[in-house]
Design a protein around this ligand. Structure first.
Ligand code: B1M
Length: 225
């Protein structure tokens, strides 16, 4: 398996071809390609290309939906393989994850959840279009250590702040770390809204989640204050 395979994976996303995307994912796994390499070097660049074509007006909403379908088809095979990695690890922490209210983008968020699971976190994925109140209620119910909030639209980023406000209102903020991410999100935005951290991609989200857990453990008294 080679660079051509990754290029074919990218193509399958741009073409919105779920059958081909799935077939290539199966081939990659059989050939011993790491599922993460297939995602990061094959399918995700395809999604970026789709975004660029959409922004240039060379692609329309139905095309973008077909591309998302192709990505889902590939993930259906790759996701379980990634998750398997997490089953033999000690539990690192509990994460409540979702996409903000008004936003239905889920592919990146699912990837973040998968990698967190693969690295030992117990992840409760609330799905998309999740209100701040729902994040807070679920953080309470699952005794979350971390709340992870994804946003892909500049118009829904501000709802990440609403999640923090809802956690504050529910009295949970001192006990829960908040991490944010998504294509338009920046570290500066994270600081501005009072999040505890920002991750630019799924692997960085794992590193960040671990460091947030350490901060929780090392400063338990400060956390409760
Ligand atoms: Co939409 N869309 N979309 N879309 N879409 C974008 C985001 C856009 C940038 C495309 C463009 O114009 N170039 C643009 C947003 C512009 C803006 O706000 N600045 C856009 C638009 C405009 C829209 C609609 C408004 C279009 C319309 O209706 N006219 C509409 C909005 C619907 C809504 O949410 N209310 C819409 C709809 C859709 C589809 C439904 C068709 C589909 C989503 C399907 C689905 O998810 N089930 C879709 C898609 C596929 C995209 C693009 C092409 C790809 C997104 C994606 O899956 N990327 C996207 C263009 C782009 O992002 N380049 C685009 C792959 C994924 C692996 O990356 O999601 O960035 P990403 O996740 C990364 C990191 O961001 C990070 O880690 C992930 C993995 O590395 N990350 C986190 C994400 N969440 C994190 C959370 C963390 C940490 C890291 O901690 C908690």
């Amino acid at each position: 398996m080679s660079k051509e395979t990754f290029v074919a994976m990218q193509r399958s996303i741009v073409d919105g071809a779920p059958d081909i995307a799935s077939q290539l994912a199966g081939q990659a796994l059989r050939a011993g390609i790491s599922p993460l390499d297939a995602i990061n070097q094959g399918y995700v660049p395809g999604m970026h290309e789709v975004g660029e074509q959409f922004a240039r007006g060379q692609m329309f909403l139905p095309d973008m939906m077909a591309s998302a379908e192709a990505m889902r088809a590939a993930m259906a095979l790759l996701d379980p393989e990634l998750k398997k990695l997490g089953t033999e690890r000690p539990m690192e922490g509990i994460v409540v994850l979702g996409t903000t209210k008004g936003d239905i983008h889920e592919i990146g968020k699912i990837l973040v959840g998968t990698l967190l699971s693969a690295h030992g976190f117990r992840v409760h994925d609330l799905g998309v279009d999740v209100s701040g109140e729902k994040f807070a209620a679920m953080a309470h119910e699952f005794r979350a250590d971390i709340v992870g909030v994804s946003a892909l639209l500049t118009t829904t980023m501000r709802n990440q702040k609403s999640v923090i406000e809802a956690l504050e209102k529910a009295g949970l903020r001192p006990h829960v770390k908040v991490m944010v991410g998504g294509a338009p999100v920046t570290r500066r935005w994270a600081d501005e809204i009072g999040a505890d951290g920002y991750a630019k991609d799924a692997m960085t989200a794992v590193v960040l989640a671990r460091s947030l857990m350490q901060r929780k453990v090392q400063h338990p008294v400060a956390e409760q204050a």
